[in-house]
Design a binder for this molecule. Structure first.
Ligand code: AMP
Length: 152
């Protein structure tokens, strides 16, 4: 079997993606792989310049980017101790689309993500991001389900 050399973990800063991250890190350590830690700023295309003038939208966008950067820094501080071979990455767009695009752009041989995200619709088998990535990605995808009882 081909080794994994680059693993992309998609994080939305939910408990579910934190849990998936642990699996991704374990695999990265076992395979000496690089870990791309991706967060996508979910950007509804229709909003741009439609409800608010460009000037205030740009300001809002800057603040959102700043906030996402801080969350990523805090995530990496918390989870990356003792592991150096990683690259944090923040991009705007549609989460499922960017997860696939960035995995291709970085030559990831595995995508890891939670079965659910921040919407926490536990009754559905897969969240919509997870489902679309599984259906559309060329690279293998590992989805990790958070065992809610053991997390409590
Ligand atoms: P969902 O399908 O939206 O419930 O989310 C399932 C998983 O997709 C999460 O546990 C994350 O691993 C990933 N994910 C969802 N939204 C994002 C996002 N905005 N950026 C990066 N990963 C995400």
């Amino acid at each position: 079997m081909k080794d994994f050399s680059t693993i992309l973990i998609a994080v939305d800063f939910s408990d579910s993606s934190d849990n998936a991250f642990q699996m991704a890190r374990t695999l990265a350590e076992k395979f000496s792989a690089k870990l791309i830690v991706l967060h996508v700023i979910n950007e509804p295309i229709d909003l741009r310049g439609f409800y608010v003038p460009h000037i205030s939208f740009d300001k809002l966008e800057e603040e959102i980017e700043e906030g996402a950067k801080k969350m990523m820094e805090s995530f990496c501080r918390q989870h990356m101790a003792g592991f150096e071979n990683f690259e944090p990455l923040i991009v705007p767009g549609l989460p499922y689309d960017e997860i696939i695009t960035q995995a291709e752009a970085h030559g990831a041989d595995l995508i890891v993500l939670g079965t659910h995200g921040r919407t926490g619709l536990d009754h559905v088998l897969f969240g919509s991001t997870a489902e679309k990535v599984v259906r559309k990605s060329q690279a293998p995808v590992l989805t990790v389900r958070l065992d809610v009882e053991s997390a409590e």
